[in-house]
Design a protein around this ligand. Structure first.
Ligand code: GDP
Length: 318
């Protein structure tokens, strides 16, 4: 058994086809891990407890990156409320419990900045968890994630389970969801501005007032932080993963318009919800552990746009 996560370790990335899991898998593939386990949904249904148990018995993963979750933007969270709470609870219970029972070395759980109260002081510190009411549009998702954090903490205290909980801010990068009904704001605006440019449309519609503020982290930075903390951190305290600065949705739209190179006007549709007014993480603990984000928002959006264009060309020729 590997005592540290070197390239001989048996590493399982749950959710390896998603935005986060695929970035973690890419990061580990870059280090040439010999036993990287990245089953597809067809190979392993994470909502099926027996299947997850059989997978652990057979493959004996030592290090588990739990990047498996049902995720989505403001509208998807608000519409599929039942699916968001059921699927997230079920997946994390199956994974955490199997990792414990099969004696895994270490488990990394990813939460979200939406676990913090809607009106938490900004920037949000890890201690703000469970100090106030949640944002109603994504409460089922947030409560599932909070249950995961509590389960890791409870297993750590009762069984000595080595689980760590990281709370990423809003993420973006290659392989994101570009479906306008279910996506997050950054990929949605990238697609809308790109399509407006192609169509020569005079304007692009942005939901809400454009005033809410959000922090955005490139998923390759998150993957790097996950690998770094899997190796170096074994505390019971949450760790926020962010860049430490935010932009308004209006500013984000202007950056995207600049990257895509479209001269259109930005129009705000105030019939759509704004959600939380501000979501910025305090990253003091992360910095003190020795990690900082490296990819700037402009660089990250430009790289994401290039991969979006490559994907669009690929989809057309498929
Ligand atoms: P949130 O961070 O959980 O609120 O999720 P989102 O990324 O979906 O939305 C962030 C903010 O961007 C909200 O204020 C949305 O109203 C706003 N927004 C503006 N245009 C869009 C859009 O086209 N899609 C999405 N998902 N959000 C948008």
């Amino acid at each position: 058994m590997a005592d540290e996560m070197d390239k001989t370790a048996r590493v399982f990335v749950a959710g390896s086809r998603g935005l986060v899991g695929s970035a973690i898998a890419r990061r580990l593939q870059g280090e040439q891990f010999a036993h990287l386990l990245t089953p597809t949904r067809a190979e392993l249904d994470l909502m099926d407890g027996r299947a997850v148990d059989a997978f652990f018995a057979k493959e004996r993963p030592e290090y588990i990156f739990d990047a498996a979750a049902r995720v989505g933007g403001i509208q998807a969270n608000n519409t599929f409320r039942g699916d968001f709470i059921r699927e997230n609870l079920q997946i994390q219970i199956n994974l955490i419990d199997a990792a414990h029972r099969h004696g895994a070395t270490k488990f990394l759980f990813l939460g979200s900045s939406c676990i913090y109260p809607q009106l938490a002081p900004q920037p949000m510190k890890e201690e703000h968890l469970l100090t106030g009411l949640l944002e109603p549009t994504n409460q089922p998702y947030a409560i599932a994630k909070i249950a995961g954090i509590e389960m890791i903490d409870a297993y750590r205290r009762q069984y000595g389970f080595k689980g760590i909980c990281l709370m990423p801010t809003n993420l973006y990068g290659p392989g994101d969801n570009y479906n306008l009904e279910t996506s997050h704001v950054l990929p949605a605006l990238l697609r809308k501005v790109h399509e407006a440019k192609l169509a020569g449309a005079p304007s692009v519609v942005v939901w809400g007032t454009g005033k809410p503020r959000r922090e955005f982290l490139h998923v390759d930075d998150l993957a790097d932080a996950c690998v770094f903390l899997m190796r170096s951190y074994d505390g019971d305290k949450l760790v926020n993963i962010g860049v430490g600065t935010d932009v308004s949705i209006g500013e984000l739209a202007r950056i995207i318009v600049g990257v895509v190179g479209h001269a259109g006007e930005i129009v705000f549709d105030t019939s759509k919800p704004d959600g939380t007014p501000r979501k910025l993480l305090d990253v003091t603990r992360l910095h003190s552990l020795g990690w900082r984000a490296r990819i700037s928002l402009e660089q990250g959006i430009a790289a994401t746009y290039r991969s979006y264009l490559a994907g669009a060309v690929h989809a057309r020729s498929a």
